[in-house]
Design a protein around this ligand. Structure first.
Ligand code: NAG
Ligand code: NAG
Ligand code: NAG
Ligand code: NAG
Length: 456
């Protein structure tokens, strides 16, 4: 495998050295034409002299043939750079996640072409750069902008997928909301993926205003070249805190608008006048609480001690995307077991609070990945109020060290602990809300803030 890549790379270098000087002028000609042709794709041959046109066509044919395909996954590289490894991604404009843009000065105005038949081996898929007027033989030009996402994670898991989506949301927002994807090309280790979770696709649609079309790359025939493409290949890597918060604000706003949620009026637990809205978001099956009614009673009891507090309880599996947006938009304190459903905290106002729960064994065995929602509170501007790790219980039989045994266990409860913790969080959250309401106009936030999402 490595041999093959090395050979290919040498081939490119050799090819570059062999480009005769007169071809350089054709390169510049096409460079110029590519820029021009964005505005008038058919102008190229209209005014050519026949003989000169023949010579140019000859050079164009040579350029066509010189587009060299390299493995999409370069196995000599680490996971952050193996996708399109010959180009250096940069965090531009400042603060964005590291990206590649085609065509651009860095690509010498060439487009990105992908030949990607494999869903199993990224090293069998390939990319090449080519000028719009000299695409490789058999290549199709796919019109519009493509959002190309390579992730070591998984686009069908909502938390993992969100970290892949965030840079695109930021890019779209930064373009003044003009950069709308005509298609998405999804990769995992260079392997084609055609699935995006419905939650994520709906969020992407709400964010960009464009229906999500996932490129399958199974059209019989040659490679696909994107008229325009932006590639993020390492999720949010390179993105600064300010851009992350701005992107989260933007997605929250867009999701609320998409679902018709006016967060300035939304109430909690069906009670629009509630001044502290607590939501219990339950899972079903893996990592569910063993005794939901008992857990509910503890938090209801603590809520009753706080004037204007209301509790809503829901199972995430019977909520639509917009139900989730609506519910979390009217939540000040989210109480939930560790799991993908917590990703919905994206829809909570900044400065809201999250309380997280883990089954027995996680603290000792689950490693750094168990803190993902703590990280997420950081880039959504929410407060992580700590976690409860079930301290005692039956040990796992047979395989005490394997996460699989502990991963989806159900979660018990400790009434004393939950009550004391809730009392602290409820009181502090209510105090904070009072503080920020004092600075806001009567009736909560200004209306425009809830309904108009800024495109910078
Ligand atoms: C790639 O870009 C980064 C940041 O812009 C820079 O520090 C680095 O030197 C570049 N590497 C190469 C090989 O050009
Ligand atoms: C929601 O799901 C839970 C658990 O799966 C179930 O017990 C409950 O009846 C459902 N509620 C509604 C309103 O469908
Ligand atoms: C969040 O709370 C802090 C104080 O805890 C306050 O300074 C800040 O302005 C609040 N932010 C928002 C968006 O309400
Ligand atoms: C429950 O929590 C309380 C308060 O933190 C603690 O003192 C007690 O030991 C806990 N009970 C169990 C069974 O862990």
């Amino acid at each position: 495998m490595t041999m093959k890549i090395t050979t290919n790379t040498n081939h490119v270098k050799t090819a570059l050295f062999l480009i005769p000087p007169f071809l350089v002028s054709v390169v510049f000609y096409l460079h110029f034409q590519t820029q021009l042709s964005i505005f008038s794709p058919v102008c190229r041959c209209a005014s050519q002299q026949p003989a000169a046109a023949g010579a140019v066509d000859d050079h164009v044919d040579r350029l066509r043939a010189s587009a060299t395909f390299l493995p999409l996954k370069d196995t000599r590289q680490g996971a952050e750079t193996w996708f399109i490894s010959t180009l250096n991604a940069t965090a531009e404009p400042e603060g964005e996640a590291r990206n590649l843009v085609f065509p651009s000065p860095k690509s010498a105005s060439r487009l990105l072409c992908l030949s990607a038949p494999s869903r199993r081996d990224g090293a069998k898929n390939a990319y090449a750069l080519a000028w719009r007027d000299a695409l490789p033989h058999g290549a199709a030009l796919l019109p519009g902008l493509a959002f190309v996402s390579e992730t070591a994670y998984d686009h069908s898991n909502i938390w993992h997928g969100l970290t892949a989506l965030l840079p695109f949301a930021s890019w779209h927002e930064r373009s003044g909301c003009r950069a709308r994807p005509a298609r998405w090309a999804l990769f995992h280790h260079g392997e084609v993926r055609t699935e995006m979770s419905r939650w994520l696709a709906t969020l992407a649609e709400a964010t960009t205003g464009a229906k999500v079309v996932v490129e399958a790359f199974d059209a019989a025939g040659g490679p696909a070249c994107f008229e325009e493409a932006v590639v993020f290949r390492a999720n949010v890597a390179g993105m600064n805190k300010e851009r992350m918060l701005a992107a989260a604000d933007f997605m929250r706003c867009k999701a609320r608008a998409y679902c018709g949620v006016d967060a300035s009026r939304a109430g909690g637990g069906g009670d629009p006048s509630a001044s502290l809205r607590v939501t219990l978001l339950f899972r079903t099956g893996g990592r569910a609480f063993k005794d939901e009614p008992a857990v509910t009673r503890v938090f209801e009891k603590e809520c009753k001690r706080v004037a204007g507090c209301a509790v809503a309880a829901a199972h995430v599996n019977n909520l639509t995307f917009c139900d989730q947006v609506r519910l979390l938009s009217s939540t000040d304190v989210l109480i939930s077991a560790h799991g993908a459903q917590m990703t919905n905290m994206l829809f909570m106002d900044r400065n809201s609070s999250v309380m997280e729960f883990y089954p027995l064994g996680w603290k000792q065995r689950a490693g750094g990945g168990q803190y993902v929602y703590r990280w997420m509170t950081d880039w959504t501007g929410i407060r992580h109020e700590g976690a409860w790790w079930e301290p005692v219980g039956e040990p796992c039989p047979n395989n005490p060290d394997i996460l699989d045994c502990w991963k989806d266990r159900q979660i018990g409860h400790n009434e004393t602990y939950f009550a004391e913790w809730a009392a602290r969080v409820f009181a502090a959250t209510k105090e904070r809300k009072k503080g920020s309401a004092a600075g806001a106009p009567a009736g909560g936030r200004p209306r425009e803030e809830a309904t108009i999402c800024r495109c910078s």
